[in-house]
Design a binder for this molecule. Structure first.
Ligand code: ADP
Ligand code: MG
Length: 356
């Protein structure tokens, strides 16, 4: 059972506090994705778990044992980096054998482990090639092979797909997740890409400025973001946000109108409230049931869908995603409708979600 527990974890570089105080529990076999904007401390946190970076304060436990002072090798983990870090003068087989030779594994063990990893990753035809004779995707696979041969209890990935083109990224995403489903090793995966987080994770941890904003299952975070940061970080195009003022059972959006809130807002809700609605949850209204009137400002057809940017009377814009064949003309006046169940409300001042 290899669960990973972080309690009261802090990181400082000199007087600069990168991670002020972080608690996180990762279950045995769980695939956890740390996601957040560049510079929020994801790599720092991962490198502390790996043993490549000193932990300023707090406890790091792997499988129940405090490992703060253990070397990377003693922690029984393997890390896959963005730049793969393959040895250029060694062929694929030697790259995979290297870490096993370091721990003085015997030849039979090395052959067996390479055979296993090679079969899982489809590397057999490539074993005698040098890294420069491989494509980006193949190099990435070798980097994973090097991690697998050591049978680690925990896999760490730091933006492993960032150097690949879009199509290969989608393919490798599925491969890494498929690999996890077969090996079932505890995995911590770092990315700034919310699509990777949504599609790969059992549990997403959204980070900002060294803090955890929210953790949970992808669809739970998507449906019920804890605050405005998570609401806009997950989902593309991002959630529309319309600040307004609370009235009796409604929200006053000024020139853009009044939205009935029914019983959705708690009685203790603040006066300044921001309405959140995802672009996929707005529709062009058919006769008379419109909540907003709007003017079409931009039409983008991706092939699968139509993305409209619409101007509201106040001048604020909202994004609407509709079907591929959606009829719309630039400059056209339209009405927008929504299902009230899809609306989310936030305290404008604190950004926190208001529970219904
Ligand atoms: P992320 O991986 O989320 O992009 P990092 O963990 O790499 O973010 O960096 C988090 C913050 O820590 C950044 O502000 C970065 O400048 C700072 N940082 C990273 N490494 C060092 C270091 N060795 N010395 C000082 N500051 C650092
Ligand atoms: Mg990083």
């Amino acid at each position: 059972m290899t669960e990973v527990r972080l309690s009261g974890i802090r990181k400082r570089y000199g007087s600069v506090e990168i991670i002020p105080d972080l608690d996180l529990e990762i279950e045995d076999g769980e695939f956890v994705v740390l996601v957040g904007p560049s510079g929020c401390g994801k790599s720092t946190l991962l490198r502390m778990i790996a043993g490549l970076e000193e932990i300023t304060a707090g406890d790091l436990k792997i499988a129940g044992r405090r490992v703060n002072e253990l070397s990377p090798r003693e922690r029984n983990i393997a890390m896959v980096f963005q730049n793969y870090a393959l040895y250029p003068h060694m062929n694929v087989r030697e790259n995979m054998a290297f870490s096993l030779k370091l721990v003085k594994a015997d030849k039979a063990t090395i052959d067996q482990q390479i055979g296993k990893a090679s079969a899982i990753l489809g590397l057999d035809p490539l074993l005698d090639r040098l890294p420069r004779q491989l494509s980006g995707g193949q190099r990435q696979r070798v980097a994973m092979g090097r991690a697998i041969v050591r049978d680690p209890a925990v896999f760490l990935f730091d933006e492993p797909l960032s150097n690949l083109d879009a199509k290969l990224r989608v393919q490798m995403r599925a491969e890494i997740r498929g690999l996890h489903d077969r090996l079932k090793a505890t995995t911590i995966y770092v990315t700034h890409d919310q699509i990777e987080a949504m599609t790969m994770a059992d549990k997403i941890v959204v980070m900002r400025d060294g803090r955890m904003e929210q953790a949970g299952r992808p669809m739970d975070l998507y449906a019920n973001p804890a605050n405005l940061f998570v609401a806009t970080f997950l989902g593309s195009p991002e959630m529309n946000l319309l600040p307004g003022t609370r009235r009796e059972a409604s929200l006053d959006l000024g020139k853009d109108g009044v939205v009935s809130t029914g019983t959705a807002l708690p009685s203790a809700a603040p006066a300044q409230i921001t309405l959140g609605v995802r672009p996929h949850d707005l529709q062009i209204a058919v006769d008379g049931d419109a909540a907003f009137s709007a003017t079409v400002a931009l039409i983008e057809r991706t092939g699968a869908e139509t993305v409209l940017t619409c101007a509201l009377p106040s001048g604020r814009t909202v994004c609407v995603v509709g079907p591929a064949q959606l009829a719309a003309r630039n400059g056209e006046r339209i009405g927008l409708a929504f299902d009230p169940a899809h609306l989310r409300y936030f305290d404008t001042q604190t950004g926190r979600a208001l529970a219904a």
